[in-house]
Design a protein around this ligand. Structure first.
Ligand code: DGT
Ligand code: CA
Ligand code: CA
Ligand code: ZN
Length: 577
């Protein structure tokens, strides 16, 4: 079985190999096809098996030649063209690409000149001081690569939780078909909705554990069986991700779910509370002596321990247990509370779809509004908008709103921008134009390497612009790829309060900034936040859910999140500030 992610990965590698050859258009074509496949909601393999190559050609960005490659991959598990490219430059692309600043051409140069094939080789070359003397690289590159290597090794193999969802759902569906299986849930950090997960922890209720274990260990994604016991097994998938499986009987379900959801620190604290009541808590239940007093549901366990139910996102032992004991847990934001999306890109710049397509897709998800926030002119790579094109877009949006309301839709498209913050903290569009927009997001896309003082000053100046409504993706990190730029985030949060600037919880999986801790600081100070998808494709609009998870992990309530407010209230708030 071949997943969309497998196809996207190989197409992307082809794109990168072609990029090494200084090919003009082909790399982008493969990249676009990879993006399209990745964001399909249905399996490309299934589409192919029912509709043949023609079904593949219907995928946006997939023409004859790429469709043939995908067909070959589905049929044979290989692509000859890829093998030829790889033979020419036999490097571990997916490894090397994790280093910030290492693009296809540089990878090729490092291979040609120093024979660097993977991160280990790169590490050695740096240690031997070879990069600094290399033409086109120099000492600055060497320092940068060194930092990149340190970052990658500390990030390990963790994956943004969003990207594990399709896989988990697929495995769940499969295990649910096994005879005797009632429930399959993913526990662990996946259920707590951490930004990234280290592995997947599955819990299955069944009295026939052997059948479940057999099905699990023989899945096509499995590369290696790490452990296989009666009720406990563990595998490594071909992608490198580990999956743990526990099979438990019905009466222990709540206890097992609680135990395997964690976090470990939360569990330890619960166990101590149990001991205080003369009880014993483990993965099978809550016991008084040998008598089971609770265990079938998590609610039973919390209630028996005289605690209110604690949602998984809060279970980090950072104060939630004390509040649960007093019945004073915050009423955190609910899934479904976010009414609209305040950061959406379109094909006016680097997005894949038109304004109308994005609006229709958002309506389907039940959203009440979206703000179109395309990039601005100084972001040349994204074809950013200048004043003239932005005005043109604003007219199109006005016309679209008239059309939507005539058609009876309770939906609005807001005029907005993701306005670049220039190096000195001024904005990339004139104030007169910003004043006419509904939503002004400001963000940093350049000069990442300023000192902490300079960067903080730059951002503060942008936030102080009276038209700046929201500071988008406020730390600029890309999970697993780069740390954020150097900025004094505590100072930014205080400045947000002083200037009534909203800080964004960016729901795009690699971004996920603000972090849960920073969200909590905002909540404590009364700084307002928005949860935005940062969609560049229709299928990205649903990322909002991960932003909600992050907000919940940061203890945010409806009061803290402006796009959870009624539209009029939010709109007035944006206009005022
Ligand atoms: P991860 O996988 O690194 O993203 O984080 P988790 O939290 O999923 O950790 P994992 O997979 O090692 O273990 C899953 C859960 O099992 C964990 O959240 C709590 C529970 N657990 C694991 N080891 C221990 C332990 O030594 N003591 C206790 N009380 N619970 C544990
Ligand atoms: Ca885990
Ligand atoms: Ca685990
Ligand atoms: Zn951006």
């Amino acid at each position: 079985m071949i997943s969309n992610a497998d196809i996207a990965k190989i197409l992307r590698e082809i794109s990168e190999y072609l990029g090494m050859e200084s090919e003009p258009f082909k790399p982008r074509a493969y990249e676009k096809a990879a993006e399209a496949i990745e964001s399909l909601s249905d399996s490309a393999e299934a589409a192919y098996s029912s509709g043949g190559i023609d079904a593949l050609k219907k995928i946006p960005g997939v023409g004859e030649s790429i469709a043939e490659k995908i067909e070959e991959f589905i049929e044979t598990g290989k692509i000859k063209y890829y093998a030829e490219l790889k033979a020419k430059t036999p490097v571990e692309l997916s490894e090397l690409r994790r280093i910030e600043g290492l693009g296809p051409r540089k990878i090729k140069a490092l291979y040609d000149k120093l024979g660097i094939k993977n991160l280990k080789d790169l590490d050695k070359a740096i240690a031997a001081g070879k990069i600094r003397d290399l033409e086109g690289f120099g000492e600055k590159s060497e320092i940068k690569f060194k930092k990149g290597l340190e970052f990658v090794s500390s990030a390990g193999n963790r994956m943004p939780v969003a990207y594990a969802v399709p896989l988990v759902e697929e495995i769940r569906a499969r295990l649910l078909k096994v005879k005797g299986v009632k429930t399959v849930v993913a526990a662990g950090s996946y259920r707590r909705r951490r930004e990234t997960i280290g592995d997947i922890d599955l819990l299955v209720i069944s009295n026939e554990s052997k059948r479940v274990t057999d099905c699990f260990t023989s899945m096509p994604e499995v590369a290696q069986i790490l452990a296989s016991g009666e009720t406990k097994s563990s595998v490594k998938l071909k992608t490198g991700m580990d999956v743990d499986l526990r099979v438990v009987p019905d009466e222990s379900y709540g206890a097992a779910l609680n135990y395997f959801t964690g976090s470990k620190d939360h569990n330890v604290a619960l166990r101590e509370i149990a001991i205080g009541f003369g009880l014993k808590l483990n993965e099978y239940g809550l016991y008084k002596g040998s008598k089971l007093v609770a265990g079938k549901t998590e609610e039973d366990i919390y209630n028996t321990l005289k605690l209110s139910y604690i949602p998984p996102e809060l279970r980090e032992n950072t104060g939630e247990i004390e509040l649960a004991r007093k019945g004073k847990l915050p009423e955190i934001l609910q899934y479904g509370d976010v009414l609209g999306d305040l950061q959406v890109q379109t094909n006016w710049t680097d997005g894949a779809h038109s304004i109308l397509q994005m609006a229709e897709a958002a309506m389907k998800l039940g959203r009440k509004y979206i703000a179109i926030t395309d990039h601005t002119k100084s972001l040349g790579v994204a074809n950013g908008l200048d004043e003239k094109r932005l005005r043109e877009q604003m007219r199109e949006i006005d016309a679209m709103n008239v059309h939507l309301s005539q058609a009876g839709h309770d939906f609005r498209v807001l005029k907005g921008t993701e306005c670049d913050i220039l190096k000195d903290g001024r904005l990339d569009l004139p104030d007169s134009l910003l004043a006419e927009l509904d939503v002004v997001g400001v963000s940093v896309h350049s000069n990442f390497n300023l000192s902490r003082e300079e960067q903080t000053k730059r951002v503060k100046r942008a936030m102080a612009n009276p038209h700046a409504d929201i500071f988008f993706h406020p730390t600029g990190r890309l999970i697993g790829k780069r740390e954020g730029y150097q900025v004094d985030i505590d100072e930014i949060i205080r400045h947000a309060k002083a200037t009534a600037t909203v800080l964004e919880i960016n729901a795009f999986p690699e971004r996920s900034d603000l972090s849960d801790q920073n969200i909590r600081k905002c909540v404590d100070l009364g700084v307002k936040m928005s949860i935005d998808s940062d969609a560049h494709h229709m299928d990205h609009l649903s990322f909002i859910e991960y932003g909600i998870s992050q907000a919940r992990r940061g203890w945010a309530t409806k009061r803290d999140i402006i796009n959870a407010w009624p539209f009029e209230k939010m709109f007035r708030f944006l206009k005022k500030s």
